[in-house]
Design a protein around this ligand. Structure first.
Ligand SMILES: Cc1cc2nc3c(=O)[nH]c(=O)nc-3n(C[C@H](O)[C@H](O)[C@H](O)COP(=O)(O)OP(=O)(O)OC[C@H]3O[C@@H](n4cnc5c(N)ncnc54)[C@H](O)[C@@H]3O)c2cc1C
Length: 440
């Protein structure tokens, strides 16, 4: 299988354009209107962002995350990874490119599992960037372990009735519709007893109990991750997404490719922090020299660069493997590992960038605080680090088996005995030549 680390010149030109476009046209949006990066924009703001989206569409770079079978560009994971590296540099960029979470994952599962009617009603507006959606899975009492979810959906004639509470249902206030995960059969294993539902936001019975926000964010402006109650929420029978009992399978579909994209966005965040770190190191003087001359500062720079390069290649190799093996099934181990290593990368590089900036680094005059928050979030959303670590170890251990006997297979006394038996004649010859008795 060929290995190639180069990017096609035509696609590189697209990436170069994206890089410049994000810096020149999108970063100003984040400085002026961060609260709208994932919310319906008012008309005066649409006058600015709609032409930007048109430019992206004109270059065939809009909503590229879907595969060709689902109406997407068919770029493949490597190209998407390279695009996401750039999109990770700015919070507004995914929205302008039609690839903002959770809408991307939601679009992916509707495209995979939705009926034609569901696609027409929910997928099309989502792909056109005209609506926002909400993925409502985590509950107040459980997140990392979906087997503990309690929200119930019960069948009542031609309807399903949903009852329960959810937590961290991002964008619930702005969503046109919700994808809700609920127990439909408590008598079988949760892997077979949970289902997904498409629920229009205007359905009676959905209540925001608390508009939870992230550190430093204002519940009146921007994204909220609320605690929700679903009480006697009635939806028609055909609101089921996929088959009854298929929620776990659908949730996995949602996360496979998306984790690779998030990982490259982590590279984007870390690279931006790294660039700031280098510039500051060359600009700031202390104790007789520019701080870039201090060996401990140099170590931070060298370690950060190495970590970014290693991680970037790991993610790109995973993306390449997906492209060449036809899906995410073969890279379960890799996808879990990059999810974890991405959280560590952003944590380490952003922390060093803050340190090198001194007090300025922890002030709100640099964007490092937001990046520091992302470092914490990377270790939690889409499943916490510990859970993925278990997956990595389990997948690795599938390739090994216990030693046959009491001693490890690399136990030297046994290996030495086997080597001596294999070369007994030569050992005899050596002993004769050296006038000693052969070692047995
Ligand atoms: C920014 C952000 C946006 C989010 N958006 C959404 C959304 O739109 N929709 C949605 O449904 N959810 C969303 N979530 C929630 C996210 O999916 C959950 O936070 C995640 O699944 C973890 O669940 P939890 O927070 O309940 O942690 P818990 O399940 O309470 O776990 C807490 C901690 O326990 C430890 N732990 C758990 N399991 C294990 C284990 N097996 N081994 C060792 N340690 C373990 C880990 O340290 C873990 O961090 C979002 C989260 C964030 C941060």
């Amino acid at each position: 299988m060929a290995w190639d680390f180069s990017t096609e010149p035509e696609f590189q030109a697209q990436l170069d354009w994206m890089h410049q476009f994000v810096a020149d046209e999108i970063e100003p949006l984040s400085l002026l209107w961060p609260e709208y990066h994932h919310a319906p924009a008012p008309p005066w703001l649409r006058d600015v962002i709609d032409p930007l989206k048109e430019q992206v569409k004109a270059r065939d770079l809009w909503a590229c995350h879907l595969g060709p079978d689902l109406g997407g560009s068919g770029f493949g994971q490597v190209k998407l990874a390279l695009m996401n590296e750039i999109l990770g540099r700015d919070i507004w960029a995914p929205t302008i490119f039609g690839t903002q979470a959770p809408d991307t994952g939601n679009a992916e599962i509707i495209a995979h599992y939705g009926t034609e009617e569901q696609k027409e009603r929910y997928l099309q507006p989502l792909l056109e960037g005209e609506v926002f959606s909400c993925f409502s899975m985590t509950e107040p009492q459980a997140g990392a372990d979906p087997k503990l979810f309690r929200t119930r959906a019960t069948r009542d004639g031609d309807e399903w009735i949903i009852d329960g509470e959810k937590f961290f249902s991002s964008n619930a206030n702005d969503a046109e519709f919700f994808i809700v995960m609920a127990v439909t059969n408590p008598d079988v294993s949760p892997y077979e007893g949970m289902s997904m539902f498409l629920v229009p936001a205007e359905t009676p019975g959905i209540e925001i109990l608390r508009p939870t926000t992230l550190w430093g964010e204002d519940p009146d402006h921007g994204v909220i991750h609320p605690h929700l109650r679903y009480e006697d929420v009635r939806v028609p029978a055909d609101s089921l997404l996929g088959d009854e009992g298929q929620a776990f399978v659908i949730a996995q579909t949602r996360l496979g490719g998306g984790r690779v994209h998030h990982s490259m966005r982590a590279v984007g965040v870390a690279t931006r922090a790294f660039e700031m770190m280098c510039e500051r190191a060359l600009s700031r003087h202390a104790h007789g020299s520019v701080i870039a001359d201090k060996q401990l500062v140099q170590q931070m720079i060298a370690d950060s660069w190495s970590q970014i390069q290693q991680y970037r290649l790991f993610v790109l190799h995973t993306a390449w493997t997906i492209d060449h093996s036809g899906g995410t099934a073969r890279v379960r181990r890799e996808v879990a590992a990059i999810k974890n290593a991405g959280a560590r990368l952003v944590h380490d590089v952003v922390q060093r960038a803050i340190q090198i900036h001194g007090a300025l680094g922890v002030s709100n005059e640099m964007p490092l605080g937001g990046m520091w928050l992302q470092a914490a979030m990377y270790g939690i959303f889409d499943g916490p680090t510990e859970v993925h670590t278990v997956t990595v170890a389990r997948e690795i251990l599938k390739g090994f088996r216990p030693a046959d006997g009491l001693w490890p297979s690399e136990w030297l006394p046994e290996k030495l005995a086997a080597a001596r038996a294999k070369h007994a004649d030569t050992l005899d010859a050596q002993a004769r030549a050296e006038g000693s008795s052969p070692e047995r």
